[in-house]
Write a protein that binds this ligand. Structure first.
Ligand SMILES: NC(=O)c1ccc[n+]([C@@H]2O[C@H](COP(=O)([O-])OP(=O)(O)OC[C@H]3O[C@@H](n4cnc5c(N)ncnc54)[C@H](OP(=O)(O)O)[C@@H]3O)[C@@H](O)[C@H]2O)c1
Length: 235
């Protein structure tokens, strides 16, 4: 089956969130294609991650090579550069590939406060995933996921070897959602939750803003979400 062989790529994977996801997947034995605008930067970050994992499981490359090599491609750039980054790479996308939007339309403001920047980019889109969906050709599946995971929690594999959290996955494309779910399941204890269609991004992206506020109040970086009351049946 296709999902068994799907390769994960990270566009702009050199930042804290991309590094955290690469570490978690690497820990689980899942290879990751680490993309950057600069090959040297991808090389440096990959070396650090592979050393920490004590195995050669992350592959460094440019964003352009990454989008060609990988099947499930996460966009882990800041939100305000997501469209600018992905537009020139669109010719390399094929219908079998999946684009996963991980971005949250927030930017640090004064004294560590976060400000919503969605309206500065596009007044018509109400979430980052909807904006991406509008830009990417309809034949290419777009999924939103991993938006409520903290990079600090993800990167601290020694203190937190497993993640007891939910990850919300949403898209109108059920098969694409399933293929992303299979990758989420690789990360130990992370529970994928079928969060419906693309419009769910409006809620999920606000959860992240809320979690950042909790982190500030409780002086932590680790808050996350686990929904109670969901049946234990496997999605
Ligand atoms: N940080 C978190 O805990 C967290 C949690 C949930 C969601 N998110 C979302 O995940 C995304 C990544 O977060 P992050 O904290 O890792 O972001 P980041 O460090 O600000 O950026 C990630 C990477 O994006 C690339 N990048 C930076 N500026 C760029 C530009 N002008 N054009 C193209 N690429 C650029 C850089 O890679 P290269 O220089 O190697 O190209 C950088 O290493 C964000 O959209 C964020 O909202 C983050």
């Amino acid at each position: 089956m296709l999902e068994m062989t799907d390769k994960i790529g990270l566009i702009g994977g050199t930042g804290p969130l991309g590094q955290g996801l690469a570490l978690r997947w690497g820990l689980a034995g899942e290879p990751v294609w680490m993309g950057s605008r600069l090959q040297e930067k991808a090389d440096k970050i990959t070396l650090e991650i592979n050393s920490k994992l004590n195995k050669q499981i992350i592959q460094p490359m440019t964003n352009k090579d990454c989008i060609q090599e990988a099947d499930i491609i996460l966009i882990t750039t800041p939100f305000n550069f997501m469209i600018k980054t992905i537009e020139p790479l669109l010719p390399y996308l094929t219908e079998e590939k999946i684009l996963v939007d991980v971005t949250v339309p927030l930017k640090p403001f004064e004294k560590g406060k976060m400000v919503d920047i969605l309206s500065q980019i596009d007044l018509k889109a109400q979430s980052a995933t909807e904006l991406l969906r509008k830009v990417v050709p309809p034949s290419i599946p777009v999924v939103g996921a991993f938006k409520t995971l903290s990079n600090f929690t993800l990167r601290d594999i020694d203190r937190l070897p497993t993640l007891d959290q939910d990850v919300f996955i949403f898209s109108k494309d059920k098969e694409a959602k399933n293929r992303v779910k299979e990758k989420a399941l690789k990360i130990e204890h992370l529970r994928p939750v079928d969060a419906g269609g693309t419009l769910s991004a409006r809620h999920v992206e606000r959860f992240t803003t809320f979690l950042i506020g909790l982190n500030r109040r409780y002086k932590t970086h680790d808050s996350g979400i686990k929904v109670s009351g969901l049946p234990t049946r496997k999605w």
